[in-house]
Design a protein around this ligand. Sequence first.
Ligand SMILES: [Zn+2]
Length: 233
Amino acid sequence: MLPQIESLLVIQDRDHQLQTLQTEIDKIPRDAAAIKERLLEAQAELNIARENAQQNELAIKKIELDRKTRKDTIEKLTVQQFETTKNDEFAALGAEIIRYQDMVNELETQELEFMEKSDTLTSTLNQADEKLTSIKAGMADEVKALTEKKNNHSIRISELKEERAILTKDTQASTLAMYDRVFAKKGNAAVCPLQENLCGGCHMKVITDTVSKTIQEKELSQCENCGCFLYSV
Ligand SMILES: [Zn+2]
């Protein structure tokens, strides 16, 4: 293999590592936002669950109050009924008592339904509370891990850039400029294997002269299509 190709491959390896690290660093704000989003969602779920449970409790209290009012009325009517001497008034009061008793029964049925609902709502509320607590507990670690990742990656990037600077010192300026241009254009490679007569970078057929030049390994050869420096495998 041509020494220039060998050193370009080492440079390319560092560039790949730099790319991977940079991509991961670029993802960090999104990951941090996702953590925050999860926290906000859990908080919103808890608020809704709390609101629902409170509404239900209020409904139960209202029913209890209504029931008590009607029971008081029944008591009053019963006293009145006990005190009256008129048969028709006695009968009318008796009908009123039955009517109120029916209302009380209906309210008791309603209360039971709300109380059953209350069990479900309390369980939902507890689950939402536990979920939020667990997210909050894990969040600190997750944020810490992201910060550490960013710091470690940044350190590694600086090291790789230094390494790259040393590696590129002996590379001919025009070759390096060409390498950089092709790498930037292709986005991920500038030195590719020649596979049969196909460029490993763009998978296009290269001309016979390029094939021979690559195989002979006397000077650098490039794919006419994508510009990749080629080496034979
Ligand atoms: Zn090519």
